[in-house]
Design a protein around this ligand. Structure first.
Ligand code: 5GP
Ligand code: MN
Length: 334
């Protein structure tokens, strides 16, 4: 690891153009890790450009540097050009390039040196250097490890870096509640608070930034759409495009919704189905020993982590729901 970092350091200092990429529908860990690394490289006098596949939620737009992010969907010519010209590409918070959606072709075609920092289950062979740790709490945890290894005794965390990295720790651990919340995560959080993070500021931006309509939408989902399977400890929500239109749901507006049914003591698995044009996006959550990523991979071409995974169905909402019920019968979750 140390040798790999030393090699990368000499490579980075001789690199002309660095692009930092992350997965589609970027979340707090995706944007936090990308911007955390961006601020760190800037501190080292190394210019890098963050390029993301599509829009990210408003509740992340307060992060310093977020205004400089190029969104592929909105500026694809510029994004393609940046990726094409890059001689080093960081991939953060994904391990299969198809997770970068429309950006995939450009990344796959690029001959740049590719460095991956990720924590999802998988054994990718495409990166030239893989600094991933499967099971780590977040990519932000690993970016902070990277910064520490790179800086050695000269580490100087700025508050910009710290806010970005803290955001990913907070969001990917579900506010420091999931099982990946190790002593190390708390030590890192302490380090970030020492570097200037005010924990309540991050928490308010991320968790207490709903507008009234979004809260009412959550209420509607819980009261009108929540289904609990008899004899099973499984809850699911199937949302149509009409449901989301009715409440004017914005980018990131359903973030956290899949966690709501988990608040019920007996529920061990929660599933969110979100209808989109020609597809249904699936989110899965589970408690403790239940590895829901296996189910997501087997039936919905997805993956992720043991207790939080995603996937996709190309059928309509009704058929997807029927499939889901059948797969749940077939796959004995326990
Ligand atoms: P979420 O449900 O919050 O969208 O995603 C939960 C976790 O699963 C995240 O770590 C996310 O990166 C991953 N994930 C979400 N959708 C997919 C997917 O379609 N394929 C794979 N491999 N992972 C996914
Ligand atoms: Mn992550």
């Amino acid at each position: 690891m140390i040798k790999a970092i030393a090699d990368l350091k000499s490579r980075i200092t001789n690199t002309k153009s660095i692009v930092i990429t992350t997965h589609v529908s970027p979340d707090g860990d995706a944007i936090g890790s990308s911007l955390g690394l961006y601020h760190f490289l800037k501190q080292q006098n190394i210019k890098a450009q963050v390029v993301v596949p599509n829009a990210f939620p408003k509740f992340l737009m307060w992060l310093e540097g977020s205004e400089s992010i190029i969104v592929f969907d909105q500026d694809s010519e510029k994004a393609k050009e940046l990726i094409q010209q890059a001689d080093l590409i960081f991939g953060l918070d994904y391990n299969e390039t198809n997770r970068t959606a429309k950006m995939q072709d450009s990344i796959d075609a690029s001959s740049a040196y590719k460095v991956l920092i990720d924590h999802h289950i998988g054994e990718p062979t495409w990166p030239d250097l893989n600094l991933s740790v499967v099971g780590a709490s977040s990519t932000c945890e690993l970016v902070l490890d990277f910064i520490s290894a790179y800086s050695g005794d000269n580490i100087q965390l700025t508050s910009d870096m710290a806010y970005c990295i803290y955001t990913g720790l907070l969001t990917d651990t579900g506010n420091f509640q999931f099982s990946a919340t190790t002593p190390k995560v708390h030590i890192q959080a302490a380090q970030l608070i020492e570097a200037g993070v005010e924990a309540d500021v991050v928490h308010n931006h991320i968790n207490n930034s709903f507008d009234k309509q979004r809260l009412q939408f959550f209420g509607f989902c819980v009261s009108e759409r929540l289904k609990i399977l008899k004899d099973k400890k499984i809850a699911y929500l199937a949302l149509s495009q009409g449901d989301m239109r009715q409440y004017n749901v914005q980018t990131g507006g359903t973030e956290g919704l899949v966690n709501e049914p988990m608040k019920i003591a007996d529920i061990d698995v929660s599933i969110l189905m979100k209808e989109d044009e020609g597809k249904v996006k699936m989110s899965f959550r589970s408690k403790r020993a239940i590895d829901i990523s296996v189910f997501a991979k087997k039936y919905f071409s997805g993956g992720g982590h043991r207790n939080a995974a995603g996937g996709i169905s190309f059928k309509n909402l009704e058929d997807t729901e029927r499939d889901l019920l059948q797969y749940l019968e077939e796959f004995n979750i326990r």
